[in-house]
Design a protein around this ligand. Structure first.
Ligand SMILES: CCCCCCCC(=O)CC(=O)SCCNC(=O)CCNC(=O)[C@H](O)C(C)(C)COP(=O)(O)OP(=O)(O)OC[C@H]1O[C@@H](n2cnc3c(N)ncnc32)[C@H](O)[C@@H]1OP(=O)(O)O
Ligand SMILES: NC(=O)C1=CN([C@@H]2O[C@H](COP(=O)(O)OP(=O)(O)OC[C@H]3O[C@@H](n4cnc5c(N)ncnc54)[C@H](O)[C@@H]3O)[C@@H](O)[C@H]2O)C=CC1
Length: 313
């Protein structure tokens, strides 16, 4: 009941403010098939869209398709508990809706919506979007799943600034219910409405965000996580005890170090390095010698089997 009320209120708020017509989305390209892109492709395909999952790296695509299959197996086990045939068909139908490819053109030429989930680097994102701008139909809407870069800055590389917004998902995408939908000064009402509708169609609860640093969640979460790292680096507490304290004392599902490993230490480093450059006088974003060291050793967290914790055992 309470959940429906919240969703209804979100509907009212979202749709009362504009008469703009949204655009129908049939086909979605997700560029970047890592941790986030694979989850975004999965939930989009589960909602019935036809999905192109695009990556420059064939191994990453193979790994993504395996992880989607595993995730679907996990979630359908409970959902279709007494109907294993339904579960099997659901998984097959969902997988069949996803086309994995290294060819950017093949998806971009046919998609109504493109969701970018590549590495957190402004130059890489600019290079990608300027290519996409030249090959995609002019109506196609572009979005970024960036954790920390301003959407307005990413959109500088394209002409269609009215058809550009942010769709910020949370990890693990199939489980986390929130979707931050970001509007820049140039995002049109029709584009924004389409993005909100897409979010609801994949079963997420949407929140409306301005293009402010870290949007809502990361503006609060990133400083907290880096305070935890500094506490550990000062020797005030072990990282294991900080995790235990925040789980049992503050009710978080994961402690900050477990979460850093879960997000990926490379991505976390990209975020903090980027914010330090942008806000050089803010001590919150000082570099972390411990994270720099782990990243230089290739210990990137769960995805490599080791970060603060060891997952290989
Ligand atoms: C600079 C610093 C860095 C900044 C970071 C910025 C990054 C961003 O831009 C934004 C982000 O994403 S921040 C990260 C947000 N995510 C979190 O905080 C996750 C916290 N952890 C959790 O919620 C649970 O531990 C979690 C849900 C993960 C696991 O829950 P449990 O510990 O209870 O474990 P399970 O019992 O195994 O799972 C619970 C239910 O979830 C299902 N599940 C888990 N993973 C899944 C997956 N990958 N695919 C499908 N289903 C999955 C699992 O099956 C289970 O379902 P039920 O059996 O139905 O309950
Ligand atoms: N890891 C997390 O918890 C979250 C990350 N994000 C954001 O999502 C984006 C992706 O993050 P992750 O999935 O964690 O990264 P990841 O490192 O797991 O995956 C990135 C993928 O992009 C591919 N790639 C890189 N450049 C490419 C290009 N030019 N064309 C095609 N593919 C390319 C790589 O081969 C790799 O497979 C970043 O912007 C990150 O900030 C957002 C929310 C949560």
């Amino acid at each position: 009941m309470a959940k429906n009320l919240i969703i209804n209120n979100i509907f009212k708020r979202n749709f009362s403010s504009t008469n703009a017509l949204s655009r129908k989305i049939n086909s979605v390209s997700v560029v970047g098939s890592g941790l986030m892109g694979s989850g975004i492709a999965q939930v989009t395909a589960e909602a019935g869209y036809s999905v192109y999952l695009i990556d420059q790296n064939q191994n990453a695509l193979d790994k993504a398709m395996k992880s989607i299959q595993n995730s679907l197996t996990r979630s359908t086990k409970k959902r279709f508990n007494k109907e294993p045939d339904h579960a099997e068909r659901y998984i097959k139908d969902t997988m069949d809706r996803i086309q994995a490819t290294t060819e950017l053109d093949s998806g971009a030429e046919k998609s109504d919506l493109i969701i970018e989930a590549i590495v957190e680097n402004i130059q890489a994102k600019h290079d990608l979007f300027s290519k996409l701008d030249s090959i995609s139909p002019k109506e196609t809407i572009f979005t970024s799943n960036t954790s920390s870069l301003p959407i307005t800055e990413i959109a500088q590389s394209v002409n269609r600034k009215d058809r550009f917004g942010g769709l910020h998902f949370f990890n693990p995408v199939p489980v986390m219910k929130l979707l931050e939908v970001i509007k820049t000064h140039e995002t049109s009402d029709a584009t924004y409405k389409t993005l909100l509708e897409y979010g609801l169609s994949i079963g997420k609860t949407t929140v409306e965000c301005k293009d402010t640093p870290g949007f809502i969640v990361n503006r609060l979460l990133v400083p907290y996580m880096f305070e935890a790292v500094k506490m550990y680096e000062r020797g005030d507490a072990s990282f294991q005890d900080i995790d235990t304290a925040m789980k049992l004392g503050a009710g978080y599902p994961m402690g900050p170090f477990e979460l850093l490993d879960y997000v990926g230490l490379d991505t976390s480093k990209f975020i903090i390095d980027g914010w330090r450059k942008r806000y050089p006088n803010d001590s919150t974003f000082q570099s972390s010698p411990v994270i720099d060291q782990l990243v230089s050793e290739g210990r990137l967290g769960r995805k490599t089997g080791e970060g603060f914790y060891n997952y290989k055992k």
